[in-house]
Design a binder for this molecule. Structure first.
Ligand SMILES: [Ca+2]
Length: 177
């Protein structure tokens, strides 16, 4: 009987775990514009193409920014910055967001004394359509690879969770009888 309960409990945990969907990178396919001209073949859109290999590079200034229009409103609570190589390190960068184009930017992430080219950031949920990445590069032609923005992994107040709890209780009850 106890083994049945254990089995039911394991089934419940497995079932429940499926209700916690994997975070989705909502930046993929965003319309990206840069502060100034890009190098040939490294268009700003490469920063939101879902690949950490393809990159964007702008010329002639250590400072630059890229604006991401997600083309829809999403609630996001984590971001991933993927740089190109240590040669193109950004010692400082900031990430902003806003809901409407006419709004002013809200600072979400501020990084100083950065020494790495692959960073994860988590923050309180932000509901926005527009994101801005502002960078200060070691190199006069800044380049980086990808901005990923992840939707909050919502534990959907779940029909599934309740259903699996119900199944578990049914199993447990049968086992105890
Ligand atoms: Ca890319």
């Amino acid at each position: 009987m106890k083994s049945k309960i254990a089995l039911a409990f394991i089934a419940f945990i497995l079932f429940a775990s499926f209700t916690f969907a994997a975070p989705i990178n909502v930046a993929v396919g965003a319309t990206v514009t840069a502060s100034h001209g890009n190098a040939s073949g490294s268009v700003p859109g490469n920063l939101a193409d879902g690949s950490r290999s393809s990159f964007s590079q702008i010329y002639g200034n250590n400072y630059g920014w890229w604006q991401f229009d997600l083309n829809a409103v999403y609630t996001v609570n984590s971001a991933h910055y993927e740089g190109l190589t240590s040669f193109y390190l950004f010692p400082q960068y900031k990430i902003y967001a806003k809901l409407n184009l006419s709004d002013s930017w809200n600072l979400i992430v501020s990084v100083t004394n950065n020494a790495t080219i692959s960073n994860d950031h988590t923050f309180a949920p932000v509901t926005a359509r527009y994101w801005l990445f502002e960078a200060w590069s070691n190199y006069v032609h800044p380049a980086w690879s990808e901005l990923e923005l992840y939707q909050s992994a919502v534990p959907e107040p779940s029909v599934f969770l309740l259903l699996s709890l119900g199944i578990f209780m049914l199993f447990a009850r049968k086992s105890l009888l």
